[in-house]
Ligand binder design. Structure first.
Ligand code: SIN
Length: 334
């Protein structure tokens, strides 16, 4: 980086998504090409950012986030960790497709070993669209990453004037701008370009977790089976043949498991595949030993983790002690 101006020194990493998209016309708010604008082009469209921070860019990927795999998570995490170790980097902002942004952010929240701010940001409308949320979301992400107040708060997600903890935030809508919500509310707002925090995430993250991205070289495969009325055991049995190490069962309600699926999930456990009961409802907790006898079946309850976040946590937990007690503790700790 060049001479220090006194402004925060940030690295802006581009990975693709709608925030890097372009539509055929300004009214194409939901149908457009994703992941076409380079990160330099995106930043050039936001001259106000230079007043906040000295920003260096890196184009790490140029993909829709539905294509993010575990190799992308590891590559991104290791790059961010390396940048955060540098004395000339005060924080990192990552532009990302919104579809799996909450998963990537949660992975970073659990594996980075730094108190420096890391902010993940996307957009629901491409910069070419009327009322695109991209420029303001990105500006706000830069403002937050440049703020001393964001230190030590884990990986953050910024959208619609709100600052969310990566642990809680979930994408909840296919096309509306107010798609990102946290069940307990955001940590704070950005008001007139100034972050205001009102609360903190209570569960452990970043420097307090047992995982360091530097020590993780691959991640075990964990699948999700989505429950529905008229449920059969076909999905679980098919998944068992793929060699997964755990199945997150996105159950109905408070982790209820249809009678037609219980035997297949018990077979999973007898084949050393962990079974995690989560809920497809999108809110609330799955209570251990309530809807199902987890102690007897040696199953796990995901607490309040939505199924796709439960998958991230299960993958990480399986990189360490793999017994059910250790995994259950992880769900109650993080
Ligand atoms: C994606 O997740 O890459 C596409 C959708 C979006 O960014 O909103």
């Amino acid at each position: 980086m060049t001479a220090h101006t006194g402004k925060a020194r940030l690295v802006l990493i581009g990975t693709g998504g709608t925030i890097a998209g372009r539509g055929g016309s300004a009214v194409n708010t939901s149908a457009y090409d994703c992941s076409v604008l380079g990160i330099d082009e995106i930043l050039t469209g936001l001259p106000a950012a230079a007043e906040i921070a000295d920003i260096r860019t890196e184009q790490l990927f140029q993909i829709g986030s539905e294509n993010f795999g575990t190799a992308h998570l590891l590559q991104l995490g290791k790059r961010v960790a390396a940048l955060l170790q540098r004395d000339d980097v005060d924080g990192v902002v990552i532009t990302h497709g919104t579809d799996t942004l909450d998963e990537t952010a949660y992975f970073l929240h659990l594996t980075l070993k730094s108190a420096k701010p890391v902010v993940v940001v996307g957009a629901m409308r491409p910069p070419s669209a009327l009322s695109s949320d991209g420029p303001l979301n990105l500006y706000h992400a830069i403002v937050v990453a440049a703020s001393r107040d964001a230190h030590g708060k884990g990986t953050l997600v910024v959208a619609n004037d709100e600052i969310h903890t990566a642990r809680d935030v979930v994408k909840t809508n296919t096309f509306k701008q107010e798609a990102f919500r946290s069940p307990y509310g955001p940590l704070g707002y950005i008001v007139e370009g100034v972050p205001r925090f009102y609360r903190l995430a209570a569960r452990r993250h970043t420097v307090q977790t047992e995982w360091s991205i530097a020590e993780i070289h691959d991640l075990p495969e964990v699948g999700i089976v989505y429950a529905h009325g008229g449920m059969t055991d076909h999905g679980v049995r098919a998944m068992l043949d793929t060699g997964v190490r755990a199945i997150v069962y996105a159950a109905t309600g408070n982790g209820n498991v249809a009678a037609s699926v219980v035997a297949a999930l018990r077979d999973a456990r007898s084949r050393a595949v962990h079974v995690v009961r989560a809920s497809r409802t999108g809110g609330g907790v799955v209570i251990r030993n309530a809807a199902q006898p987890d102690d007897r079946y040696d199953w796990l309850a995901a607490d309040d983790h939505v199924p796709h976040k439960a998958r991230i946590l299960t993958m990480l937990a399986l990189t360490g002690a793999c017994d059910a007690d250790a995994l259950q503790r992880a769900f109650l700790t993080y």
